[in-house]
Design a protein around this ligand. Structure first.
Ligand code: AMP
Length: 113
């Protein structure tokens, strides 16, 4: 997988407003926020999209969801937040390094647009 924008953020080649980091993942504020709180959570392992994840990534995927909850608590939005993963260009994915959007701070409609 070629170095994506998010790989460069993980490697500190590009600056970002980092809010959380551990051995397996990094979270930073979205540069174009769609809600008062909008954080991107990325695994350090370069997986291009959710559909490319393999059985060997099971623990990592679980870790990302637990980290999302921890980040929501850290941001004090744990009572109401939305987690989104865009998979593939037509779904809205523009950066091909798996990432979870964590959005909070405004009402969200369902179904999503
Ligand atoms: P997606 O469209 O699901 O692939 O999400 C990519 C997200 O990355 C978008 O919400 C962008 O606003 C965000 N983004 C793009 N460049 C940067 C950057 N340099 N720092 C933080 N977020 C970014």
């Amino acid at each position: 997988m070629a170095d994506t924008l998010f790989a460069k953020i993980i490697d500190r080649q590009i600056p970002a407003d980092i809010v959380y980091e551990d051995d397996l993942c990094l979270a930073f504020r979205d540069i174009n926020p769609q809600a008062p709180a909008h954080v991107l959570l990325v695994p350090k392992k370069p997986i291009d999209m959710l559909a490319s994840a393999q059985a060997e990534d099971q623990a990592l995927l679980g870790h990302l969801l637990l980290a999302a909850g921890q980040i929501a608590r850290q941001l004090k939005v744990e009572s109401a937040f939305r987690v989104v993963i865009n998979n593939g260009e037509s779904s809205g994915q523009s950066v091909f390094h798996l990432h979870l959007h964590i959005l909070a701070g405004r009402p969200f409609r369902w179904p999503p647009g």
